[in-house]
Design a binder for this molecule. Structure first.
Ligand SMILES: NC(=O)c1ccc[n+]([C@@H]2O[C@H](COP(=O)([O-])OP(=O)(O)OC[C@H]3O[C@@H](n4cnc5c(N)ncnc54)[C@H](OP(=O)(O)O)[C@@H]3O)[C@@H](O)[C@H]2O)c1
Length: 256
């Protein structure tokens, strides 16, 4: 048996992170960069201050405008990279939105915003990358940031929970189709981690009840996802494809 000397080393790789200016996106970008990857940081606004600061902190980082809901925007972003000769090896489909509310009260626009961003967006970006990897006969690793709500819904989260369940199944469907091209596709499903997406909710009484049910009795922090993202992105996870790695302090072992 040969053991790889540096299984988590990403030197020479290019990693793209969508929604990179957000709470988890920043952590993913910093982790992949610390492991040696050059990072492509995507946001709908490439001049967003958080993105500019992050790019300044990470050696060789590129900032890229990309709205994952717009096919034209995703296509254009990849064309910009093509023109610069930047070939992406690792993609973290992290861009996401959450709109909560009683199912009977949510609008079609709410549904579309959530499902188009979280599910169709990840599809479009993955497709653009896979076309290039397949054409260039290069291996790749795609990590879709899903959620434990994709496994088990909780009240008031219907479109979000459905989008993440779809993302987990999309992970399996694409893993099945793209394994022959050496493209691995995995999902990472965090439990609650405090960021802009849920800060308000996490201060509510409902959230306090949820937190009591987490076996570790705490909400996660972004850094809890550093090891897991590195495992899925790197050669350490070489035989993993189609899997869904749950990182939730045991929350999904209890009722959500
Ligand atoms: N925090 C948690 O507890 C938790 C748990 C499970 C899963 N997740 C998932 O983790 C991912 C990151 O969430 P987060 O907690 O870091 O939230 P966040 O801070 O709100 O970040 C989400 C990012 O997504 C980007 N985004 C939204 N719509 C987009 C679009 N149409 N095109 C491109 N980018 C778009 C935003 O970037 P710009 O505004 O810069 O474009 C935003 O920074 C999401 O997929 C979320 O569902 C989070």
């Amino acid at each position: 048996m040969t053991v790889k000397a540096e299984p988590f080393d990403l030197s020479g790789k290019v990693a793209m992170v969508t929604g990179a200016a957000g709470g988890l996106g920043q952590c993913f970008a910093k982790t992949l960069s610390a492991a040696g990857a050059s990072v492509v940081l995507c946001s709908r606004d490439r001049d967003r201050p958080e993105l500019v600061r992050l790019a300044n902190d990470l050696a060789g980082a590129e900032r890229l405008a990309m709205d994952v809901v717009s096919h034209a925007s995703v296509e254009q972003a990849f064309e910009v990279l093509d023109e610069k000769g930047i070939q992406v090896d690792i993609l973290v489909n992290n861009a996401g939105v959450a709109i909560s509310g009683r199912a009977q009260a949510l609008s079609d626009a709410d549904w579309n915003a959530v499902v188009d961003t979280n599910l169709r967006g990840a599809w479009t970006v993955s497709q653009q990358l896979a076309k290039r990897l397949i054409e260039q006969s290069r291996p790749g690793s795609i990590v879709n940031i899903a959620s434990i709500l994709g496994l088990q819904p909780s009240k008031g989260t219907a479109p979000y929970a459905v989008s993440k369940a779809g993302l987990i199944q999309m992970t399996r469907a694409l893993a099945l189709e793209w394994a022959r091209f050496n493209i691995r596709v995995n999902a990472l499903s965090p439990g609650y981690i405090e960021t802009d997406i849920n800060r308000e909710f996490l201060q509510s009484d409902t959230a306090a009840a949820h937190i009591k049910r987490i076996p570790t009795r705490r909400v996660g922090v972004a850094e809890d996802l550093a090891g897991p993202i590195l495992l899925l992105a790197s050669a350490a996870g070489e035989h993993m494809t189609g899997s869904n790695l749950v990182v939730d302090g045991g929350h999904s072992c209890a009722s959500l």
